[in-house]
Each structure stands twice: as C-alpha cells, then as structure tokens.
Design a protein around this ligand. Structure first.
Ligand SMILES: [Zn+2]
Length: 693
C-alpha cells in the first residue's frame, strides 16, 4: 500500500486545518462538520488527520478499545483486571459509508444463536471501532435516517446499545464525529448539525498561484506517493509533536471570568439554542490557547472559537447555509465597559478575501448573512458546482429573500422578462388521498400500504437472514412438529434455526412527496397561480399529516431548481412556495430532469422511503427547440425508474390542448385537474367563489 497524502502537504484550507488540529488537541471540542463543494481536498485532509492523532493505550485483545487505566465496566469483552498492562496503537479514523446497514454501524447480535444455542454472540460494529478515535462520514447529509438516529443516540449517551428480542449488548462509544458534505445535495437535520462541535466552510482557492501549487503537489504525489510522503514526514512529525505539547498544557489552561462572560455574551447575542454553544466555544477557546502554548484564554481565542463553533448554531432557517455576521460578532465580543473602538478597516465589502487569516481560505468563515442566504437550497439547482465561489461573492448585493438569486444571475433568466412578484396562495383545503401503489417498507406514516415494525400482524414467514421480530406462536408451531424426531424428553422445546418465524406486519408508511411545480409565464395569470399555490399548499398540509417528507422543484425561465431539498419540515415548504415568483418560459423537461436527480440522491439517503412525484403544470413546454419532445423524454426517463407519479393539470381557458394528460401518460401515472384534487370535490367551487368575492 502506498503512503497516504500527508496532512502538512495540503495547500490552504486554513480553517479546516485549525478545526481538525483543535479536535486532536482536545477531543472534548466535539468534532467538525466540513461544508463545501466537491473537489476541495476536504476528504483528503480529514483522512490525513489520523496520522496526526496521538496514540492510544488499550487493553490487549479487547475489541472495544478499553483504556487500561479505566476499563469500561460493562465491556462485552470484560471484565478486565484493573491493573492490566496496556499496549499502545495508532488512533483510528473509521469511515462510515452512507449506505451502511444498521448492523454494520452498531454491531450485530445473532438472535438465532441466542435462541438455539443460548449464547450471546455479538459482532462489534463501526461504533465500537471508532471508540476513542474518529468516526468519519463523507457525504454525511446523505446518511440514512435510521443511521442518523443511531449515531445521535450513541453521541448523546457515549454508548452504543443493540437490542433484539430482549437480548441486549451495550458498550462505550465515544468518538470524534467528522463529517463532510456538499450543501448542494441537501442539508442536515438540525439535531445532527448540533452534534458537531465546529463547522468549517471550504471552497477551492481562486488564487492562481495557489491552485497551481495544489496541482503541482498532487502530481508529485501521484508520481511517487512514498517519496512525496517522505518529503513531508518531517513537517507532519513536527505538527504531531506540537499537538502532543498542546495536549499536555491543556489541563493547565485557565479560562478567566472575563473571557467566560465574553463567551456567554456572544452566544446570547446570536440567540443559540441551549447551552451547547457556550460549552463548545469555551472548550475550543481553551484548546486554542493550548495550541498556541499559552495557559490563559485571550479575547482573540474566544473570537476565533466563536467563528468555528457558532455558525451552525445561531437560530436560523435550517436551509440557510451556516455563516456568522462578523460585525455582529465583534460587537458582541466587546466588553460593555470598554470604550467603542475606532472603526477598523472593514473586513467585508472588499469581498471574501478580507477575513484576516491566510488569504485564500479566509472567506470560508466570513460567509456573512447575505451570502449565506443565497447559498441555500438554490445552490442545488443544475447550474454547476464550478459557479459556487462566484455566487458567494456576488450574493451580498442581492436583496434578502430573493429565492432565485442564481437564476437572476443568468442572462436568459426571465425569458420574456415579464417577471411577477410572488402571488399569495389560495386557502388550503382537504385533498384526496393519493398513495404509492404496492406495499412498501418505509418509515411509519399514513400514506401508502407498507410492511412496518408496528401495525397489525398479518402473518408470519420463515425468517430469512437475521430475525428482528420473532413470531412466537408460529415459531413454536413450527418447532412442535419436530419434537419427537429431535428426541425431546424434557419439558423444554428443542428449537432449531429453521423453526424461527418472523412476524409480518402491515401498516402505513410515509412517503417522499416531491412536487415539481411549473412557475412559468404560461401559468402566471395571477388568479391561476393563486389557485395552483393553494393546491400545492393543500397537498403540503396533507403530506404533513401523513408524516411524509416533502421536496419542491420549480421550473421557470431558463432553469429548474430544487427549491426545497427533501425535508420533514412542511413549514419550510410552505414558506418556499409562498415566496415563489413566476414568469418566463417553460422548461418542463428541465424540471423533470431535476426531479430525477433529486430522487436519485434521496434513494441513496433513504432507500426505503418510496417517492410520489406530483407534477403541477399545464404541460406546455415553450423552452425553444424541441422543448415538448424533451419534456416527454424526461418523463419517460422518470417512468423507467418506476417512480409513482401524479400530474395535476392546470390548463384552463376555452382552448384546451390536453398536454398535461399526455405528460401523465409518459410518466405512467394518473392525471387530475385542480378541481378534482379536493376530497369533497369542492376546491374549484370554493376558489371560484373566493375569486368573485
Ligand atoms: Zn474492554
């Protein structure tokens, strides 16, 4: 195996480097979330961290990495002798693949062996392997929901717990959580976001000399990894040594009351939830002082710590990108008894390079409110990752609340130029139930039929693979037939693996309802857009009650955009819908292709959640060229994935083309008119009455 890329050889990424080093100095800081586009070496840097971590002392042979000085009292490989001699090994960086199974993460308990042989057979998972090390999740935003839950539980308790049919195992699992994500592919759940001590935004440098250096080193590494690593070994060793020194002084670092009060002031002023922000900022300040070889926290430490610890904790719309207003920060940092300082040179205004620390990466942490806003879900549109840094730069000039900043930037943006302000939605109403055909296995909800963990038991089946829900009666019945042949003499039933029966239960699941809403000029008549928004709002409320996830793709002008990446927050969906402007030509095909991509990503993240695609359009495709043909091809492409769909036909007026119905045919799903959407068939009537009034 060739040498890994050395930590010290990575160019730039100063904020990320610091955040990782601080965690190495003080694991109590609690990990790092790294946000940024692809191709920024963020994963390379995280992986290189392993080489910089101090070695750990472990009990020999213990699969749970017990510390010989303080072995886990409940260690499944224990109990260990209190005086046992330890060995040291390198700290581990364990990677959790986004598609891992629950067993792989938490470990697997062999219930068959427990029932048939009476032994507790437990195979440790990645949480055990990561104990006292780093758990790294690349594309953490694509992690399956059930893995996120397991991870949150383990992180909160510091233990991993597996239970199957009354047999349970528990072991210590304390690890640094490091995640990387590309925000264009969707955001993290707030609870998971809060679990990361620090966040760092990274972007590729726009400095030509620095870009050239990145390529130069990469090529040198690829040509001869071992020689390249050898050239950097000295620097890496020096860094590791400095981390060790910092660890040694860590316990002696004093956090003066004045600085603690400064931390409290800053956290209060950013309206963070709970106390975690204060704690993490305090721990990070202490680690920073230790890293600089000091034994007292200074105001500069607090400022630097706040920039890393607070961006993802300030109260905000979960779909806004993290970022901290530095002017606000400096105001909050100032001691109220101190006189106002002379105005300093503005860090903002002259663009992203004014941050202070090494120029090329400094902009990462000063993504101010303005740039944060426009970098949210809109960044997920199809306009290409290469544009991202430019977008950040341009953003502060765009007015708050412009949901379509990237679209506006494009020259062909609004087609006919007849853009309209957002139209308010009509009053919502109760809609008919639309469900996904077949029987799914998704999370509990109230939409489509599904095999579920709860729900009513509809039968039993021979257990295939690991048994999680034993059907006791069916198992006993299966075993009873063989008791004589197995030579049973006593009272106990002789069980064999083949007897095990699993309960089959049926209930309802929640789905992913992905809306594809036509917001183009052909739909833009105010009255009609009001009705369309009312219809989508009604379906959104229905989705909320049925515990669905919702997502929203819109198309108008030259672009389709994923305005709302799949989320469980229907409130945000409603807000996005309300703010949706209309106008421009109609690239129906682009909208469908964007939906196709969003569904692909979501299948990766949450494979058991079956999607329902709801296309709201009149079916007209006026994007120029063979727009109609393109939309039909995109529809067939979607149909080929087997996604269940529904077209809501918004055509109105005396001349009807029936294009939406044809689109529904291509998608392989039903079509309903706006009026047919309501549970009581009164939607149209109510709307008409309203528009007259
Ligand atoms: Zn142990």
């Amino acid at each position: 195996m060739s040498a890994a890329y050395p930590f010290s050889a990575i160019v730039g990424l100063a904020d990320l480097r610091l955040a990782l080093v601080l965690n190495a100095v003080s694991p109590a800081v609690g990990g790092v979330l790294v946000r940024g586009e692809k191709g920024t070496a963020k994963s390379t840097m995280v992986r290189a961290l392993a080489g910089q971590l101090p070695e750990v002392a472990v009990v020999p042979g213990c699969r749970f990495s017990c510390d010989p000085a303080a072995p886990d009292a409940r260690c499944p490989d224990g109990p260990h002798d209190p005086g046992i001699a330890g060995t040291t090994r390198a700290a581990r960086l364990v990677e959790l693949p986004v598609g891992a199974s629950e067993d792989r993460l938490a470990g697997s308990l062999d219930i068959e062996r427990a029932l048939t042989e009476g032994v507790k057979a437990y195979e440790p998972g990645l949480l055990a392997a990561a104990h006292r090390g780093v758990l790294y999740v690349d594309e953490v935003n694509l992690l399956h929901d059930h893995l996120v839950d397991l991870l949150l539980d383990a992180a909160a308790m510091g233990t991993s717990h597996v239970e199957r049919e009354g047999v349970s195992v528990r072991h210590a699992a304390r690890f640094l959580l490091v995640g990387t994500m590309n925000p264009e592919e969707g955001e993290l759940r707030p609870q998971l976001l809060d679990r990361f001590g620090l966040t760092v935004e990274v972007a590729a440098s726009r400095e030509p000399r620095e870009r050239a250096e990145v390529v130069r080193r990469r090529l040198a590494y690829e040509a001869d990894p071992d020689a390249f690593a050898a050239r950097w070994a000295g620097e890496d060793a020096e860094l590791a040594e400095r981390i060790l020194r910092a660890r040694r002084v860590l316990a002696d670092v004093v956090l003066p009351d004045a600085e603690l009060e400064r931390i409290a002031r800053v956290c209060a002023s950013f309206e963070v939830d709970g106390m975690r922000a204060d704690l993490v900022t305090a721990r990070t300040s202490i680690a920073l002082a230790a890293w600089h070889g000091r034994t007292e926290v200074t105001a500069q430490d607090v400022r630097a710590a706040a920039l890393l610890a607070l961006p993802h904790r300030r109260r905000r719309n979960p779909f806004d990108a993290p970022g901290l207003d530095e002017e606000h920060l400096d105001e909050a940092l100032r001691d109220p008894d101190e006189p106002e300082p002379e105005p300093e040179p503005e860090p903002e205004g002259d663009g992203p390079d004014g941050g202070g620390s090494p120029p090329p990466d400094a902009h990462g942490s000063d993504g101010s409110e303005g740039s944060g806003r426009s970098d949210g879900p809109d960044a997920a549109d199809g306009s290409g990752a290469a544009e991202a840094p430019g977008r950040t730069e341009a953003a502060p000039s765009s007015a708050p609340g412009t949901e379509d900043a990237p679209v506006e930037g494009a020259p062909t943006a609004s087609g006919g130029g007849r853009e309209q302000a957002a139209v308010a939605a009509a009053e919502p109403y109760r809609t008919r139930l639309f469900s996904v055909p077949g029987v799914g296995q998704g999370a509990a909800g109230r939409r489509s039929r599904a095999r579920t963990a709860s729900g009513r038991t509809t039968g039993s089946q021979v257990a295939a693979g690991r048994v999680t829900r034993l059907h006791v009666a069916a198992t006993v019945r299966a075993a009873a037939l063989h008791q004589k042949a197995r030579g049973r003499t006593g009272a106990g039933l002789l069980l064999r693996r083949a007897d095990l029966r699993e309960a089959v239960r049926e209930g309802r699941e929640g789905n992913l309802v992905l809306f594809v809403v036509d917001a183009s000029g052909s739909m833009a008549a105010r009255k009609r857009m009001r009705a369309v928004k009312g219809a989508v709002l009604s379906l959104l409320l229905d989705a909320y009650q049925r515990r669905d996830k919702v997502g929203l793709v819109t198309f108008r002008g030259a672009h389709a955009a994923l305005v709302l990446p799949p989320t469980s927050s229907v409130e945000i969906g409603a807000a996005r819908l309300a703010a949706l402007p209309t106008g421009g030509r109609t690239p129906v095909g682009a909208g469908l292709l964007r939906a196709h991509e969003a569904l692909r990503v979501e299948r990766l993240r949450d494979p058991l959640r079956r999607p329902l695609l709801v296309v709201v359009t009149d079916g007209r495709a006026t994007g120029g060229g063979d727009a109609l043909g393109e939309s039909r091809r995109a529809a067939r492409l979607l149909a080929a994935t087997g996604v269940a769909s529904l077209v809501v036909d918004c055509e109105s007026g005396p001349v009807r083309l029936g294009l939406a119905a044809r689109l529904a045919g291509d998608l392989g799903g039903p079509v309903v008119t706006l009026d047919e959407l309501a549970a009581d068939g009164l939607a149209g009537l109510v709307r008409d009455v309203r528009s007259v009034a």
